[in-house]
Design a protein around this ligand. Sequence first.
Ligand SMILES: Cc1cc2nc3c(=O)[nH]c(=O)nc-3n(C[C@H](O)[C@H](O)[C@H](O)COP(=O)(O)O)c2cc1C
Length: 369
Amino acid sequence: MDTSQPLLQPITVGSLNLKNRVWMAPMTRSRAANPENKVFELHEEYYRQRASAGLIISEGSQVSPQAVGYINTPGIYSAAQTEAWKGVAKAVHEADGHIFIQLWHVGRMSHPDFHGGELPVSASATNPNSKSFTPNGFKDTVTARAMTLEEIKQTIEDFKNAAKNAVEAGFDGVEIHSSNGYLFHQFFNTSSNHRTDEYGGSMENRARLLFEVIDAIKEVMPENRIGLRLNPSLHGVFGMTLDKDTIPTFDYIINRLNDYDLAYLHLSEPFTDVSEVPFAEQNIAKRYRPIYKGTLVINSAFDQKSGNEVIEAGLADAVAFGKPFISNPDLPERIAENADWAEWDQNTFYTPGEKGYTDYKRLEEAKVG
Ligand SMILES: Cc1cc2nc3c(=O)[nH]c(=O)nc-3n(C[C@H](O)[C@H](O)[C@H](O)COP(=O)(O)O)c2cc1C
């Protein structure tokens, strides 16, 4: 056992004492039961198996029926969904873990098939030119409809309601999914936000929705139980491209987050090679560690070595691991043992049932075959 590694040191986040810095990144697994988009016993087992993570961040969970963009993803807007999530929070707590729920609105990354033939909504009428995983298979995305001011106000209420439900369900906190080309990101970027009202134009206006949502959620839970996720150099996926305003916008947002006492800021390094992309920032941790004063979590493609190094170098306080947690439910134990990590099977990321979900072995089970 090698428990002196930076990844395995405890960390205090707000009022939570977390046992290590090996956090589980949010991952959609498309196993929620329709038509109500509820989690059930299978999810309880999946998250219980991964409770040795310092913090689990749940799969994205939609805050309203309008927020959905992928089949079989769970919601957190109705009483029945909230009731169902109680089992997951309880299972993780009984296994001595901590769990935040990720609050999600996909905006234009959706399809009319989810909305009775109506258009999905976004900051402006734009098309991410991507694919949507609909009940009828993969389909091309369409040009979304610009949200009205009334709909923006309702969306803020939806996030607040979802956060209230999250508290009721027993979650330790929430992560606002303001990343990866979804609704908030669509407001941040000038390529997808052409508004001329107070939600478009200046950086302050493009970031307004995010700060209004944080302020609304603060009314129903302590600020230090709210985390949020950003992916500043996202390029070429989920309809996002970088322009000269992108990084300055994230600089502005992250500076302003220092006015809050949030649980953490969760940042992703670029998902794609951006070495040739004008205006991209290639090392997100390096750029933002000096700017952000609170707990900083970094993600994307880390392994044991690079995870330990990024913490050792003082560039992040914790590392969120995604795919490695799919195939290694006991990832912190494997890190402690310096054991090999099992490979994940991409074919079962989004398929129903136990296969590729709850049937990955723990280290001691793998040893005995
Ligand atoms: C199957 C799968 C589902 C994902 N779903 C989400 C999600 O719901 N919310 C989110 O913010 N990121 C999501 N991601 C992105 C991951 O959180 C993470 O950023 C990505 O896997 C890169 O980290 P890794 O290299 O450690 O896997 C997903 C990734 C995968 C592989």
